[in-house]
Design a protein around this ligand. Sequence first.
Ligand SMILES: NC(=O)c1ccc[n+]([C@@H]2O[C@H](COP(=O)([O-])OP(=O)(O)OC[C@H]3O[C@@H](n4cnc5c(N)ncnc54)[C@H](O)[C@@H]3O)[C@@H](O)[C@H]2O)c1
Length: 386
Amino acid sequence: MIDSLTGGHSLTKVLLTGGAGFIGSHTSLALLESGHQVVVMDDFSNGSAEALRRVAELTGLGPWRQDATDHWSASAPVGGSLTLIRGDVRSQQDLDRAFQDGNGGISAVLHFAGLKAVGESMAEPLRYWDVNVTGTVRLLEAMGRHGCQTLVFSSSATLYGTTDTVPIPETAPLQPINPYGYTKAAVERMLTDVASSAPGWRIALLRYFNPVGAHPSGRIGEDPSGRPNNLFPFLCQVAAGCRQQLEVFGGDWPTGDGTGVRDYLHVMDLAEGHGRALGLLQAEPPQLLTLNLGSGQGHSVLELLRTFETTNGLTLPYAVVERRPGDSAVSVADPSQAERRMGWRTRRSLADICRDGWAWQRANPQGYRSAGPQPAPELIGAQHGS
Ligand SMILES: NC(=O)c1ccc[n+]([C@@H]2O[C@H](COP(=O)([O-])OP(=O)(O)OC[C@H]3O[C@@H](n4cnc5c(N)ncnc54)[C@H](O)[C@@H]3O)[C@@H](O)[C@H]2O)c1
């Protein structure tokens, strides 16, 4: 069977650290749909078991069982299984448990676990270095113990800093400007060293631009705790009436309408990009792959706002305020390498992003907390086919 997500490459059991978060939950779904077995390890500091219960439901897996306080699973009679383990990437013990609870045989890791708020990283740099960098050191040590040498890492366009280059190729200088960006740069450096330290490593550094939107079912999406740091979830919360108005940071940028221009990509396109990267790593000889994942299209804040309004039949209040320090006028990916190397490019439009993001927010105004308290373990999930 040719698999469109992986490009026809082999289907395997994979570990997703941080797989209960925004990008990890959508990627879990995409990987399950293409027939992979998925093991997630997450400490739930910014993720939710409910997200994965819904992933199991959306992919038609059997009942979602909780057999201990920190271990959930669902499987289908033929193929696919999803296991969720509570664990911290900084803990050797938790990592060993994740590799073993997957009943061994984990052939690749997708490493999403990490902290990602720029402002918070300036206030608490040590926490960012600890989780993002020490967490990755511990993960690599565990991969060594369990004989796994294939890794897909969630890197970020934040590495490029405030460059004026448009669009930005992977060869652009790395010049991060905040602790979050420094930790991503440090991990990329570390993974480059690891890749050249011994034969056999297959590593992809995926530099995401601005992942937004939600699965079209409206069942899973982004669930920021507290005040969202990014424009799109903030916009959705204004639309839901949870916030009074959208603050637009700067109306005097050297762009068409004076507001900042970014490269937004639908989270399902991003999820599918992970499947492609995994397939490529498994099919080709060991290598270190560095790819931008973006649409290659720039949209201004006002353009995004207008598209959201038109697509969803809404009018949203907004105010233009001062620029934020560290922002840049334009940040757009050159995604041509991702297309050339793995036949991937974004397929979904800005209108798709706005429609799907709003479907999620409208149905879940309080995120996964809208689902109410977690049911008792024996009541979790519904039996598929019963
Ligand atoms: N969302 C973006 O705009 C964006 C852009 C570029 C890169 N990234 C990177 O992609 C990755 C995933 O981002 P996301 O948007 O899904 O974020 P997220 O916060 O929704 O997901 C991260 C997950 O990691 C978990 N986690 C955090 N610390 C952990 C630890 N010590 N041990 C185990 N699990 C832990 C959280 O509970 C959460 O479920 C992050 O590494 C982030 O830096 C995100």
